[in-house]
Write a protein that binds this ligand. Structure first.
Ligand code: NAP
Length: 250
């Protein structure tokens, strides 16, 4: 029996890419899956395809009220939230900081940073009231190293890494398992946008350099188990061969 069978997971950014794959992997493992994203048609279609207890609810993570509404609907339908996967994220508009449009730069912070804060803020009281849960957040190599024309993205991912560390300090003893996942480069729409920008070395990578979205999805499932407790309050890198072996990818 899988460690997430019968558990309830909310996945942000589940309309495509890593989030969609995670929804399929967690549903396959027997979890109740709540798919959220702005594209309601896409998440409705994926939830229908998954069937069973999958539920779709449109939500812009930049809107705290919309995030709390998803958490409330999840509690109403499934009785609680065991796992939150903070996956929603954007990299556009890619531009040098001295040419960036302040409102657009800020919108990336609203999604990538405040969106993660909103998810954590909304689920933590619910999880703590029921003995805890896992809050898994997609990080990036960009959290740790500067990348040309990605100042918004690097700043947001660095800050989100600190959010994981902070909630671990505050709430590990309340049963909150907070872990980040830096997946490496993944073959998704985001990498198509990066390639189209042509700006930095990441945009020059060959498509075959990217891992499939199923890899981070399977890693997220593995992160729900105690084997990943070594990384509580920290970040797992899926570039690490040892991690790939433990997850069963190689
Ligand atoms: N691909 C990579 O190489 C890579 C590497 C490191 C980290 N990551 C991270 O992995 C995560 C997933 O990215 P991906 O590669 O799967 O990209 P993707 O295919 O572009 O998917 C991004 C997802 O985020 C959702 N999203 C964007 N803005 C949102 C908002 N305001 N509210 C709710 N959902 C929103 C999108 O749905 P809607 O547009 O329908 O809202 C979509 O489902 C991101 O956090 C990204 O930074 C990706």
């Amino acid at each position: 029996m899988s460690q997430v069978a019968g558990k309830t997971v909310i996945i942000t950014g589940a309309s495509r890419g890593i989030g969609e794959s995670a929804a399929r992997v967690f549903a396959e493992a027997g979890a109740n899956v709540v798919l959220t994203a702005r594209s309601s048609n896409a998440i409705d279609a994926i939830a229908t395809e998954i069937g069973g207890s999958a539920m779709a609810m449109a939500c812009d993570v930049a809107d705290y009220d919309a995030v709390t509404a998803v958490v409330a609907a999840t509690v109403e339908r499934f009785g609680g939230v065991d796992i939150l996967i903070n996956n929603a994220g954007v990299v556009e508009p890619i531009s040098h900081l001295d040419q960036s449009v302040p409102a657009d730069w800020g919108q990336v912070i609203d999604i990538n940073l405040k969106g993660v804060y909103h998810g954590m803020r909304a689920v933590m009281p619910v999880m703590e009231a029921t003995g805890g849960g896992s809050i898994l957040t997609i990080s990036s190599g960009a959290a740790h190293g500067p990348v040309e024309a990605w100042s918004h993205y690097c700043a947001s991912k660095a800050a989100v890494n600190m959010l994981t560390r902070c909630i671990d300090k505050e709430a590990r003893d309340k049963g909150i398992r907070a872990i980040g996942l830096s997946p490496g480069t993944v073959a998704t729409q985001m990498q198509r946008e990066i390639k189209a920008s042509g700006i930095n070395p990441v945009s020059k990578l060959d498509w075959s350099d990217h891992i499939p979205p199923e890899w981070p999805a399977k890693c997220l499932l593995w992160m729900c188990g105690s084997d990943a407790d070594t990384w509580l309050g920290d970040e797992i890198s899926l570039r690490d061969e040892g991690v790939r072996k433990q997850v069963g990818l190689v």
